[in-house]
Ligand binder design. Structure first.
Ligand code: DGL
Length: 266
């Protein structure tokens, strides 16, 4: 029985967990999210790197973990080298689906919808140069959309007017035919986003590709020491929030047995 740890700032990484759990059966999952520092898209790179390292250290000091999925584009585009240097566990990151978008677009005009931090990264410049050099990529960074997604997960409500505002640059550009959902929170708003952008624009994300990557890595990984199913557990960095019971309900619906505070040291 292998155990996979997912990390994110909030509930967005559950969109990656959902794809992984659909494709891989019989795994145990740990999900740790940094609600204390949410949203990552507004934080300095060094803070995100530090928090990701501390979270992985805190979880792996208590649980056997066979593979870590950094289920956050904002963190993956900056923290992967450091995590891979510090932990002797395979670490999978998520990369905005620029390459598939470049293959799908007919107009050559792609939208990248991500966090303010992600759209400004050199990592993204390099990705575009390598895979979408012949395309125009319009970048929109929005923490508001991240919060709209988080709210939908917690309470089921979506502020449609605010969502429409976040998407206006794509909607008003008749050449955009493909939008990359470059933040793991956004697949939770896929139906609302697609409705707002109309059928002219298709949305792509990297959740399924990550699930396939996890699948191929797990086949080659020597299993962790604990072969007894432990069931899936969730952790948050600050449980003293008025929304605790809403978070609990999200994880309970997803089949996790508990949600606890993760004590971060160092
Ligand atoms: N889910 C995240 C991502 O994929 C982080 C959103 C945030 O905290 O700003 O980028």
């Amino acid at each position: 029985m292998s155990t996979v740890l997912f990390i994110d700032s909030g509930l967005g990484g559950l969109s990656v967990w959902r794809e992984v759990s659909r494709l891989n059966h019989g795994l145990d999952y740990l999900y740790a999210f940094d609600n204390e520092y949410f949203p990552y898209g507004e934080k300095d790179d060094s803070v995100i790197v530090e928090r990701c390292n501390r979270i992985v250290a805190a979880v792996t000091s208590r649980h056997v973990v066979d593979l870590v999925v950094v289920a956050c584009n904002t963190a993956s585009t900056v923290a992967l080298p450091s995590l891979r240097a510090n932990f002797d566990i395979p670490i999978v990151g998520v990369v905005p689906a620029i390459k598939p978008a470049a293959q799908l677009t007919k107009t050559g005009v792609i939208g990248l919808l991500a966090t303010p931090a992600t759209v400004a990264r050199k990592y993204i410049d390099d990705l575009i140069t390598e895979y979408a050099g012949n395309c125009t990529v319009i970048r929109v960074g929005s923490s508001e959309l991240v919060s709209i997604a988080e709210e939908k997960m917690k309470s089921g409500t979506v502020d449609k007017e605010a969502l429409a505002d976040c998407l206006s640059e794509f909607k008003n550009n008749p050449d955009v035919d493909t939008v990359v959902l470059g933040c793991t929170h956004f697949p939770w708003l896929r139906s609302e986003i697609e409705k707002e952008l109309t059928s002219r624009i298709r949305c792509v994300d990297s959740g399924h590709a990550i699930a396939r990557r996890v699948n191929s890595l797990l086949n080659g990984i020597e299993k962790g020491g604990n072969s007894v199913p432990k069931n899936s557990l969730a952790f948050m960095t600050n449980s003293k929030t008025a929304d605790f019971s809403k978070y609990q309900a999200v994880f309970s619906r997803a089949g996790f047995v508990s949600l606890e505070e993760l004590k971060i040291t160092g």
